[in-house]
Design a protein around this ligand. Structure first.
Ligand SMILES: CC(C)(COP(=O)(O)OP(=O)(O)OC[C@H]1O[C@@H](n2cnc3c(N)ncnc32)[C@H](O)[C@@H]1OP(=O)(O)O)[C@@H](O)C(=O)NCCC(=O)NCCS
Length: 172
């Protein structure tokens, strides 16, 4: 049975391996290494089956470059599943469990950059019609947001600032 649980220190090497395999580069694996020691708070979950970790998801705080931003905003990145186990619902289970943890932590909205065809099923909507931007036309088109607290972003907008580690590791 698949279990979603908080990441522990003993999982770090396996998480690094999954991220590197899923993204076919080490940028996202390095990003998570940096975020663990510099993002506060963060959520890091793993998907485990029969004692083997098969997937991982990470959430860290984001800010909005405008005055009067609502507090408690998160970014979802990265999420990755072992390539040999993709398409089996593990990514979806990680995202749904992660959004529930965000709610428990008191985060009110979650931003991400990714394929809208995948994330719409979890309730994510395009963020640019809500006047949010990532800062580049290509990424603005795939910036999405999920309101954990519906309506929390009403009347807000601006550039979404992920943790500096994203740019430093070539992930942003
Ligand atoms: C994206 C990812 C985490 C999804 O995990 P998963 O366990 O394979 O996904 P699930 O089994 O929950 O969902 C499978 C569905 O998502 C779709 N899907 C997966 N990745 C997709 C993508 N990038 N774009 C659109 N759809 C995608 C599949 O086609 C499938 O669709 P269906 O249910 O209609 O058949 C995984 O494929 C992965 O690790 N990819 C490489 C890393 C990556 O791109 N991460 C996301 C960016 S941060």
């Amino acid at each position: 049975m698949l279990a979603i649980r908080s990441e522990e220190k003993a999982d770090h090497a396996r998480v690094f391996e999954i991220l590197t395999a899923a993204f076919e580069r080490s940028n996202e694996a390095n990003l998570v290494e940096v975020l663990r020691s510099s993002a506060e708070p963060y959520i890091s979950l793993v998907a485990e089956k029969d004692g083997r970790i098969l997937g991982h998801i990470f959430f860290s705080p984001v800010a909005i470059e405008s005055s009067g931003e609502p507090s408690g905003l998160a970014g979802l990145a990265p999420v990755a599943v072992d390539p040999a186990h993709q398409g089996l619902g593990i990514g979806g289970a990680l995202i749904r469990a992660g959004l529930e943890r965000c709610r428990e932590l008191g985060w009110h909205a979650v931003f991400l950059v990714g394929d809208p065809a995948y994330y719409a099923r979890f309730g994510f909507a395009l963020a640019s019609p809500m006047r949010f931007s990532y800062g580049s036309p290509a990424l603005d088109a795939v910036l999405q947001v999920y309101e954990v607290s519906p309506g929390v972003l009403d009347g807000h907008g601006g550039r979404v600032l992920f943790h500096p580690a994203f740019a430093e590791t070539g992930c942003g």
